[in-house]
Design a protein around this ligand. Structure first.
Ligand SMILES: CC(C)(COP(=O)(O)OP(=O)(O)OC[C@H]1O[C@@H](n2cnc3c(N)ncnc32)[C@H](O)[C@@H]1OP(=O)(O)O)[C@@H](O)C(=O)NCCC(=O)NCCS
Length: 148
């Protein structure tokens, strides 16, 4: 996917927050330690440094959500980093029930909060929940066949 395609998909998926521009995606992809996982209608962008991997963003085209794409992309990320990282983490808006359900089902657990972190268009800001999970080579979540 090109930075322009990533930005367009990101904008369609994140309706309540500021979309990331193509230039921002380009700069991230040019930087070190960044991983891009793609599928038809979705992508995950990650950064892995010194044994810790962060999910920078995950987006699935609204017309193709709830078809297992987000779970497959998250699974791809966790599987790819398991040899290189022992911890995965991410931030998610408190009111993002779909994403929270996905991450909790994959074994992530809350380790902190950033109050009013996500600024919303014409709405109250939302807290960011910091989620973390440890990774092991024998992790049963990662050895299961993908659902959806
Ligand atoms: C969050 C997101 C990536 C999920 O992608 P998706 O392809 O729709 O998700 P999947 O079909 O793989 O579903 C995986 C799990 O997520 C949860 N989920 C997904 N959509 C949901 C919804 N509308 N309501 C509740 N739970 C939902 C469920 O637990 C689901 O598992 P199940 O189908 O076994 O019940 C997608 O909704 C999206 O792009 N949202 C906008 C951007 C965003 O919030 N990104 C994450 C920021 S941290």
């Amino acid at each position: 996917m090109t930075p322009q395609q990533l930005a367009a998909l990101h904008q369609s998926a994140f309706t309540a927050e500021r979309p990331w521009s193509a230039a921002e995606f380009e700069a991230l992809l040019d930087g070190p330690h960044v991983g891009l996982f793609t599928a038809a209608h979705g992508f995950a962008l990650t950064r892995t440094v010194a044994g810790e991997s962060e999910l920078l963003t995950l987006a699935v085209d609204p017309a193709h959500q709830r078809q297992g794409i987000g779970r497959a992309l998250t699974h791809d990320w966790l599987s790819a980093i398991t040899p290189y990282a022992d911890t995965a983490f991410l931030e998610v808006a408190q009111d993002n029930s779909a994403a929270n359900a996905l991450y909790l089902s994959l074994g992530f657990a809350e380790i902190g909060r950033r109050p009013a972190y996500y600024k919303r268009n014409n709405a109250a800001s939302a807290d960011a929940i910091v989620l973390r999970r440890s990774l092991t080579l024998t992790d049963s979540t990662l050895s299961q066949p993908e659902s959806g």
